[in-house]
Design a protein around this ligand. Structure first.
Ligand SMILES: [Zn+2]
Length: 449
């Protein structure tokens, strides 16, 4: 019998009123769509899929199945969602998410855990599906389960953490602070096993924590991460341990999302003695240098003491200069931000030091950048520098700084500042040494003679 005939036969069976027939058909589809089954045998599209989905949704919302068949039905959702986006969206449109969320509190753990898996799959589909799955109720339920994760088997625990990761990805999750706090605590409690090694879900846990911290409108989350005993310390240690290289990207993102925080939070981050070693190590790794440049650019947006923390490393500024020359776009961009933020947030001593290091070469790059915010910062810095350090005038002219200013992006602001810069340059270019002119005249005369 062809598979398509079988699908037809069991679809019709599921549409019968007889419960035993329904349960048999549901069980068949659970196995047919199982991820471990040979996918080439299961068609991507079938005229019967919509009918199967309707039957599954009806069975789940009317609650007439026994526990085992109910679990099977949710399993069908879990597996069918992986077939393709169209099917996933048919489930979502049929209000499947609400049905699954209601079952999260089901006393039968098999059913509740299967719902978590199904929600994880739906959330993984696209941003819209993920946003539909996000709700305070879902997060509360998942946190409650993660707090008691010792009651779960390995597969269910892995699915639960995977679900939290899928729901939180992209950051800016809107949950009350109490829920966020419990989630951070439960996640960090699952980072290491009893022997002190990272668990199999450690990468997903680090990503989830980084996602929860990722909310520029709610910096409290960063405090919650910092307040979590030993979490940041553990995260830094993971990055410094080459055995855990598969966790490094996630660990660095979590650290980076802390560096986005306010000045007090940055102070707390810099106080970790290992943080410096993490920066220095990441700077030497091609796969991490863009990310660490982004972290440094955020540190430089803080206070002069934060900038000093970086400049004290005598290799740092050379590394930034090289980064600006890099062909790796993100690395180049983040290094430009390091310079721009340092020029804005640095004190006069730091700016003077930067001038002596030839920061005007990097200012030329800031002015030519495609990012208007970088142009703005570069232009303000150029005006400040030519005023305070007039001996830079020759370099300004050699680098044609005025010509680097593109006024088309923001004509009002940039034109005025460009004019201001030109005036300062012209004034300081006015000959102040008439004696030389006299000598010139004299020489001319002598030539004529
Ligand atoms: Zn979707």
């Amino acid at each position: 019998m062809e598979i398509s005939d079988r699908i037809e036969q069991f679809t019709k069976m599921m549409e019968e009123d007889e419960l035993l027939l329904k349960s048999t058909a549901i069980h068949y589809f659970r196995k047919l769509f199982a991820t471990e089954r040979d996918k080439s045998k299961v068609p991507d599209e079938s005229p019967f899929y919509l009918r199967i989905i309707n039957q599954i949704i009806r069975a789940l919302s009317n609650n007439y199945l026994d526990h085992d068949s109910q679990a099977d039905a949710i399993w069908v959702v879990t597996n069918m969602c992986c077939l393709n986006q169209k099917i996933n969206h048919l489930f979502v449109e049929a209000n499947c998410i609400d049905i699954l969320v209601k079952q999260l509190t089901n006393g039968d753990r098999k059913i509740a855990n299967q719902c978590i898996w199904a929600i994880a799959n739906i959330a993984a589909d696209c941003i819209d599906c993920k946003m539909r799955c996000r709700s305070v109720k879902v997060f509360k339920q998942l946190v409650q389960k993660l707090t008691k994760s010792y009651e779960m088997n390995q597969v269910d625990r892995r699915n639960l953490i995977w679900c939290i990761n899928n729901l939180t990805s992209g950051g800016r999750i809107q949950v009350p602070n109490t829920v966020a706090k419990s989630m951070i605590r439960a996640l960090s409690d699952n980072l290491f096993n009893s022997k002190g090694y990272p668990t199999e879900s450690a990468s997903k846990i680090l990503w989830s924590l980084a996602n929860i911290a990722d909310d520029i409108n709610n910096l409290n989350r960063i405090d919650m991460i910092l307040d979590q005993s030993e979490l940041v310390q553990n995260c830094l240690s993971i990055f410094l341990d080459s055995t855990y290289s598969q966790l490094h990207t996630a660990a660095l993102r979590l650290i980076g999302n802390i560096a986005v925080g306010n000045n007090e939070q940055t102070d707390r981050l810099l106080a970790f003695s290992n943080f410096r070693y993490v920066l220095e190590l990441a700077m030497t790794k091609v796969e991490h240098r863009s990310e660490v440049a982004w972290i440094c650019s955020n540190i430089c947006a803080g206070l002069p003491r934060h900038i000093d923390y970086l400049l004290i490393n005598d290799k740092f500024y050379r590394w930034v200069q090289e980064g600006i020359q890099s062909k790796e776009r993100r690395f180049e961009k983040e290094c430009l931000w390091i310079v721009a933020n340092s020029l804005v947030s640095g004190d006069e001593a730091q700016i003077e030091w930067l001038v002596e290091q030839g920061v005007i070469f990097q200012i030329a790059r800031l002015l030519k950048s495609e990012d208007t915010r970088l142009n703005e910062k570069g232009l303000s810095a150029a005006i400040h520098i030519i005023r305070e350090y007039p001996w830079q005038q020759r370099l300004f002219e050699e680098l044609k700084i005025v010509e680097c200013i593109d006024t088309s992006e923001s004509p009002m602001l940039f034109s005025a500042q460009k004019r201001e810069l030109e005036i300062i340059l012209t004034n300081s270019a006015t000959p102040k040494i008439p004696k030389i002119e006299d000598e010139f005249k004299y020489l001319s005369f002598s030539k004529i003679e």
